[in-house]
Ligand binder design. Structure first.
Ligand SMILES: Nc1ncnc2c1ncn2[C@@H]1O[C@H](COP(=O)(O)OP(=O)(O)O)[C@@H](O)[C@H]1O
Ligand SMILES: [Mg+2]
Length: 333
């Protein structure tokens, strides 16, 4: 029964002419997902190397048909949630944002990855099952060297009506806490020597950053603004923002986190179409897509309910902003 449901859903998701127009349009920056998802789900491994640059132990895998993917396995490290990467992908498509690279759940045999991992200490953190398999998020590899979006300090003025914000919540959780509790004379965690943000590098950047804050609030991704904005990138200089590294979300515990509330509260300008997409988000349909993933159900009831709560919170916050500042200023784009 589940198999039939999955096939029907895959058909509506990826076949033109079936399903709603939003589902037909499943794409990453205008490039259709269908063939990439199919390859990520089914093609055999041809080459594996260990990933570089992140805290998680992940693998860059070339498949037999030439498709490349980044496999982020189940890992017992607090910010490496394979299910968050997968759920973020489906949510991005559901909202029509098209910024998360095509992603699917997949299971590999550990023996196929072991050699590439070598003697990496993080192997002990991986969730290798007794049958020798390991599940994880398999993310389409973006071929271009990714470009950092340079913003500078106080960039958040771009997404605010009131400019002043004593402590920015758009920084690493530990730095935010340190700055909140900072005593006079102690240096700010937000490096004061960094240049102050000038004009955004593109006209659309403020709207894109506003969307990203809304998206991360919904997915509960706490890890966006650290490491000199390493997780704020584009495929080409001045190109559209992509949402990569979505593993620190969809927490199993608390569904509303103080830091994330502060990040939402600080956001005062919105793209009208994004707010509409959040309003129209059909959580039942979203969860049906998760149930069609090879690693279904991906999220549990508590996590889905948390998403519903956070969706309501976004809409309430937008309403409060409109009451305070008026539609024209809040819906800036
Ligand atoms: N889908 C992708 N396409 C291209 N490069 C990627 C992709 N995913 C990750 N990378 C590269 O690998 C690095 C680490 O990945 P990331 O998802 O940030 O892992 P972590 O969760 O460990 O921080 C990134 O900084 C980027 O350079
Ligand atoms: Mg990272």
């Amino acid at each position: 029964m589940r198999r039939i449901t999955s096939i029907a859903l895959l058909l509506t998701l990826f076949c033109p002419g079936l399903g709603s127009s939003q589902e037909e349009a499943a794409a990453f920056l205008g490039e259709p997902d269908a063939a990439r998802i199919e390859a990520l789900r089914t093609a055999e491994i041809s080459e594996v190397t260990k990933g570089r640059g992140g805290r998680s132990l992940a693998f860059k895998i070339t498949l037999a048909d030439g498709t490349r993917g980044y496999f982020k396995p189940k890992q017992a490290f607090s910010a490496a949630h394979w299910y968050s990467e997968v759920a973020a992908y489906y949510l991005d498509r559901e909202l029509g944002l098209h910024r998360v690279p095509p992603t699917t759940g997949r299971t590999f045999r550990w023996s196929a990855l072991k050699e590439a991992a070598g003697r990496d200490e993080r192997v002990s953190e991986l969730g290798i099952a007794p049958d020798g398999t390991v599940k994880g998020a398999f993310i389409w590899w973006i071929p271009e060297p990714l470009k950092r979006v340079r913003m500078g300090r106080k960039w958040e003025r771009w997404v605010r009506i009131q400019k002043a914000l004593p402590v920015t919540p758009y920084q690493r959780p530990v730095d935010y806490r340190a700055d909140l509790n900072r005593r006079p004379g102690v240096r700010e965690a937000t490096d004061p020597s960094r240049p102050i943000a000038q004009a955004p590098d593109t006209e659309e950047r403020p709207a894109e950053l506003s969307d990203l804050i809304v998206f991360d609030y919904l997915t509960q991704n706490v890890d966006r603004w650290g490491g000199d904005f390493t997780n704020v990138r584009s495929r080409e200089l001045g190109g559209p923002l992509i949402y990569m590294d979505n593993g620190a979300g969809f927490w199993l515990g608390e569904q509303r986190l103080g830091l994330m509330e502060a990040r939402l509260e600080a956001l005062q300008r919105f793209r009208r179409s994004t707010v509409e997409a959040v309003r129209n988000l059909d959580i039942e349909r979203f969860s049906a897509h998760l149930r069609a993933d090879p690693l279904a159900p991906v999220l549990n009831e508590k996590q889905l309910d948390g998403l519903a709560q956070r969706r309501r919170a976004v809409l309430e916050h937008v309403n409060a902003m409109v009451t305070r500042f008026g539609e024209a200023r809040v819906f800036a784009w």
